[in-house]
Design a protein around this ligand. Structure first.
Ligand SMILES: [Zn+2]
Length: 486
């Protein structure tokens, strides 16, 4: 048995002003063959899962490249084609293979390629032939295209949003792929399209119950795996939208019937899918009304994980109206401010311009006299079983407000963004995080309360108002839709 594994992933926000080139992959995460760390990254967990099985079972595992760029704008043609061809050359060099595993995100859009993963997998299929197993792991915020489905033998997405289960799902994927190659199962992929942009989170209802129920349906009646593709609204491509994927063991009718039932359930969530999201002024007032602290304010639409800058200042300006309230905010992407703080050094006081640089939707910058509290060459924080670098970083203090600035764009996954720079979150009344949902597991244990805030962007918060030109219609909420389709 010979198994190949590779990973090529990013999530492209086609409305983002931040271009993505090859350096964006190499700077964020780039592991050539054999160099993948022992810990997984969000989209490269199949490496870790396949290594474990190869050690236990003695099959030959051929590792290709694994790479990830922090979500941003359009990927350059050269970046996509060079990384794609690097991986396909690695695959070609080790054929014949029984199994090819790909850790993908599923929402990569490059110049000239609206469906990068469909393109990659179609080419991979041509190399491995019709009988080899192609197994892919996707982020649920993907655009599931017909080309991706046609080229794949097995598709598994993470179930949880926030994504707490990317390694478990990779273990599922590897297990299904090995069982298929050994002739123990015959996976058939059934997809039902909800015809809706219906994102939800699974750390609260109604998403929580749906995932719990899905898990009870797997592993019996010929159903191997169920995935909910939430879709990624911040991209203008044909395949944006929410879809249900059921992988059955040679039971396509049962698979499709179940997918249709679950699609109707998701459509039935209606407008009740996301938590209420007050404005910055309302959110800070609400936080001040809570007894004790800290109250975590999640700047949901300035989440670097959604392809935007993470440098918006709306909540900081709001907090500065309450100069006696102890608070912390981070991590803002601002490499220039980081550089100035490193040059000035801890203990220095300087006039610093913070944030508000990338686009008008970032808001006006904050200009303030700051005290540099701490600096670090590399701010590394955990996210589930992976480690994420925010690069060189600094903590500054404006009166009672601490602000963390970082040189690499990444979400505020964990309180270590603050703690590693000496900020004690337990002493803060309000903590602002740049994250849409992945902060939850790390911050929930210390948060008195969590409030999701709508600062108006720069990620387009209301799909009904996004100027799509390529999306398949009809689709809710742009059009009235009542029935899922095949
Ligand atoms: Zn995601």
């Amino acid at each position: 048995m010979k198994v190949f594994v590779a990973s090529l992933a990013t999530e492209t926000n086609t409305f983002s002003p931040i271009p993505t080139d090859r350096a964006a992959f190499e700077d964020a995460f780039y592991a050539p063959p054999g160099q993948h760390p022992e810990t997984p990254t969000l989209c490269s967990a199949p490496f870790v899962a396949a290594r474990r099985r190869a050690r236990e079972e003695g099959f030959l595992l051929v590792e290709g490249t694994a790479t990830w760029a922090e979500p941003a704008g359009l990927v350059s043609r050269d970046a996509y084609e060079s990384l794609r061809d690097e991986i396909l050359d690695q695959l070609r060099a080790c054929t014949p293979v029984d199994v090819a595993l790909f850790g993908l995100h599923g929402a990569m859009v490059a110049d000239g390629y609206d469906d990068c993963e469909g393109d990659l997998l179609t080419r991979a299929r041509a190399i491995v032939g019709p009988d080899a197993v192609i197994g892919i792991e996707l982020d649920p915020h993907c655009h599931l295209s017909d080309a991706m489905v046609a080229a794949s033998t097995i598709i598994v997405t993470f179930k949880e949003v926030p994504h707490t289960d990317f390694l478990e799902r990779a273990e599922d994927l590897v297990d299904f792929a090995l069982r298929t190659a050994r002739g123990e199962i015959k996976p058939v992929i059934s997809v039902v399209d909800c015809r809706a942009i219906a994102n939800f989170i699974t750390s609260r209802e109604p998403g929580r119950s749906l995932v719990d129920r899905i898990k009870t349906l797997e592993g019996r009646d010929g159903i191997l795996s169920i995935s909910v593709v939430h879709g990624f609204p911040a991209a203008d491509v044909y395949d944006v939208g929410t879809k249900i994927v059921v992988v059955s063991d040679a039971a396509p009718e049962r698979g499709e019937a179940l997918a249709r039932t679950l699609a109707k359930d998701v459509l039935g969530f209606g407008g009740n899918r996301l938590p209420p999201m007050p404005s910055p002024a309302e959110a800070v007032k609400a936080a001040l009304a809570v007894e004790g602290g800290p109250v975590v304010l999640a700047d949901r639409w300035d989440n670097p994980g959604g392809g935007v800058a993470g440098d918006s200042t709306f909540l900081i300006h709001e907090l500065l109206k309450y100069p006696t309230v102890p608070a912390a905010a981070g991590a803002l992407w601002d490499p220039v401010a980081v550089q100035f703080c490193h040059a000035a050094g801890p203990g220095a006081r300087l006039a610093l311009r913070i944030g508000g640089k990338v686009a008008p939707s970032s808001g006006p910058p904050v200009d303030a006299e700051v005290d540099v509290i701490a600096v670090t060459r590399d701010l590394v924080i955990p996210f589930e079983k992976s480690l994420v670098s925010l690069g060189a970083a600094a903590a500054v203090r404006i009166g009672e407000l601490f602000v963390v600035v970082a040189s690499k764009r990444a979400q505020t996954f964990h309180p270590d963004v603050f703690r590693n720079l000496g900020i004690d979150l337990e002493r803060q009344k309000i903590v602002v995080v740049k994250s849409a949902s992945h902060f939850h597991a790390g911050f929930a244990p210390i948060a008195r309360e969590i409030i999701y805030v709508n600062c108006g962007g720069p990620y387009p918060p209301d799909p009904a108002k996004i100027p799509y030109t390529k999306i398949r219609r009809p689709i809710a909420p742009l059009d009235p839709v009542s029935e899922p389709v095949r």
